[in-house]
Write a protein that binds this ligand. Structure first.
Ligand code: NOJ
Length: 580
């Protein structure tokens, strides 16, 4: 419903502005450039769950260094690492108390530099997570800001003096009591879009913006190659603080962020940091309309280079899963909006979602391997930079956590409180949470079948999925047909076939209920991608059929062509060249 409303809104807005989505995308004034961040494959590392070397149960930089050859062997060309800065860890590092210091659990600045150099030596670029919609309430800026109304840092945050009465309601994504927190010290409320310990920075204050650019320069000087801008859409809000209509939080981005000033800030950031340091930036979130998304990433506007939207992950938030038709529609719609101009990333999972295998593939032992191979084939063959989340290259799955007592994540706990306070059916709530919670995507990396999956010699900060004995890197290294080795092949296929990066995308037999087929054409190539999303065999009639010679990748060893028909096994995933 939410998606539908968003789409409808985008459509109405485009019409109101007198242009169709097609016209909006065709409004090109410059030739789109080819570049490394379009051609690359990004791998996301959640550092506290990747590899621990000192036995404290938390992953660390030395652990990543130990696994650099593994990263190199995947063929990936970029790493985005979640925040590792000094933090009270209320939101696992998305509450930063010092943007220039490293949380001791990860190591030292020397370790960071060694890790960065090691990536660069392997041709891997590094993308830093920049969390500047908010800071931690333990950041010195906030400690100063809250100390008195005339402190020079007061204006770094949003304050509402209590003598004006109760501030207009604002929904918080993590706090069931809303986004304004009363602070008796100065008899005022401060705003926090996320947890109470994550006060929103006031981007209208030029000093705040300068602080942010200085932080980004600090890391760019150390050699980082790009930035992922966390929750960035909310940096610009309506600070006339109007009352919002009831139910507005359904369209959160529209009401809580993406004000016109955001574009001014981004242009400023581009001129101060992005251009002079030759780095790139990707925004979390792409606005609530295609126009928003285009405005963020249109190269001529000099704001950002890439953004990612949430429509795909929104498709599969409950155990009931998703419809292939909707999946096709989301990807086709976004591709068409960016066909001529602009660039997005393609992602199906990250640290804010449960596991790819459970949401978009089939976790049952019988089908886990082919279905994960299929979804990874898909990820690597769409236009847009593929973002892969650690563990998805071996098909790591959700963990079973049926009771709230096991949860540590601030988002899960907040949602539970909201559900309880509003009298929701808690059994049903837990059923959905168990499937969809972020904890599912944060379990330790499964390296081998030794205790704690080879992640740590100590007690892991979060329990290891007990299926590590079967699902782990070491076991899959041995098997040429494993999910891991298929992932590696697929990264190579993407690198060797420029049509998969820059080629035009066209859906084939849109209505097919089980098969997602599309072509990628350009750069002198004409490729066909055929994916059987079903656990049953299926078939499709095509004008050009694959031959053994024309197949570029196939997750089965057989190819079954009969007359005009291509017969596919459960979750069979093929790419072939139509020209040969
Ligand atoms: C988005 C991040 O991806 C998420 O993990 C975090 O909790 C919020 N932003 C707040 O920073």
């Amino acid at each position: 419903m939410k998606t539908l409303l968003r789409t409808l809104f985008a459509f109405l807005l485009l019409n109101f502005l007198g242009c169709s989505p097609q016209e909006a995308k065709n409004d090109t004034s410059s030739q789109e450039e080819k570049t490394w961040w379009k051609e690359g494959v990004l791998y996301q590392i959640y550092p506290q769950s990747f590899k621990d070397t000192d036995g404290d149960g938390y992953g660390d930089f030395k652990g990543v260094i130990e696994k650099l050859d593994y990263l190199g062997s995947l063929g990936i060309t970029m790493v985005w690492m979640n925040p590792f800065f000094e933090s009270p860890m209320v939101d696992n590092g998305y509450d930063v108390s010092d943007y220039r210091a490293i949380h001791p659990r990860y190591g030292s600045m020397e370790d960071f530099q060694a890790m960065l150099d090691g990536m660069h030596a392997r041709g891997i670029k590094f993308v830093l997570d920049v969390v500047v919609n908010h800071s931690s309430d333990q950041h010195d800026w906030f400690l100063q800001s809250r100390s008195s109304r005339d402190n020079p840092y007061r204006n770094y945050y949003h304050w509402w003096p209590a003598e004006k009465g109760t501030p207009p309601y604002r929904h918080s994504l993590f706090d069931p009591e809303g986004a304004w927190e009363y602070d008796s010290l100065t008899n005022a409320y401060y705003l926090h879009t996320f947890a109470e310990q994550q006060p929103d920075l006031n981007w209208e204050n030029p000093k705040v913006r300068q602080e942010v650019y200085d932080i980004m320069k600090f890391w760019a000087e150390k050699g980082v190659d790009g930035f992922r801008m966390d929750a960035f859409q909310f940096a610009s809000k309506d600070t006339t603080w109007p009352e919002f209509p009831e139910g507005h939080e359904e369209d959160f981005i529209k009401w809580y962020g993406m004000r016109p000033q955001l574009h001014e800030y981004l242009k400023e950031m581009y001129a101060e940091v992005i251009e002079p340091f030759g780095v790139f930036a990707v925004a979390e979130g792409a606005g609530s309309t295609f126009l928003d998304a285009h405005d963020l990433v249109d190269a001529d506007r000099k704001e950002l280079q890439m953004a990612y939207h949430f429509e795909t992950v929104d498709l599969s938030r409950t155990p009931e899963g998703y419809e292939l038709e909707d999946f096709k529609n989301v990807f086709s719609k976004w591709d068409s909006a960016f066909a001529e101009k602009g660039w997005i990333s393609i992602f199906l999972s990250n640290h804010d979602n449960s596991r790819l295998v459970n949401r978009f593939a089939n976790p049952s032992p019988e089908f886990r391997t082919p279905s994960t191979q299929l979804i990874n084939t898909f990820l690597m063959s769409m236009r847009g930079t593929p973002f892969t989340y650690y563990g998805d290259e071996i098909g790591m799955t959700n963990i079973d956590m049926p009771t709230i007592e096991e949860y540590v994540d601030v988002e899960a706990l907040g949602k539970y409180q909201t559900a309880k306070a509003s009298g929701q059916d808690l059994e049903e709530f837990m059923r959905i949470l168990n499937y969809s919670s972020r904890e599912n995507g944060r379990t330790p990396m499964q390296w081998d079948s030794t205790p704690q999956a080879g992640f740590t010699t100590g007690t892991p900060w979060m329990k290891v999925n007990e299926n590590y004995v079967e699902i782990n890197v070491a076991a899959q290294e041995e098997d040429p047909n494993s999910i891991l080795n298929h992932f590696r092949k697929m990264v190579q296929v993407r690198k060797e076939n420029p049509a998969l990066v820059y080629g035009k995308y066209e859906l084939v037999q849109k209505e097919h209920p089980e098969i997602y087929a599309f072509t990628r054409t350009g750069e002198g190539q004409n490729l066909m991608v055929v994916l059987n999303f079903s656990q049953n065999p299926s078939s499709i009639e095509l004008e050009t059929l694959p031959t053994d010679a024309s197949v570029i990748i196939n997750n089965y060893s057989t190819l079954d062509v009969n007359g005009n028909t291509l017969n596919l096994k459960p979750y069979q995933a093929l790419i072939f060249s139509v020209d040969q």
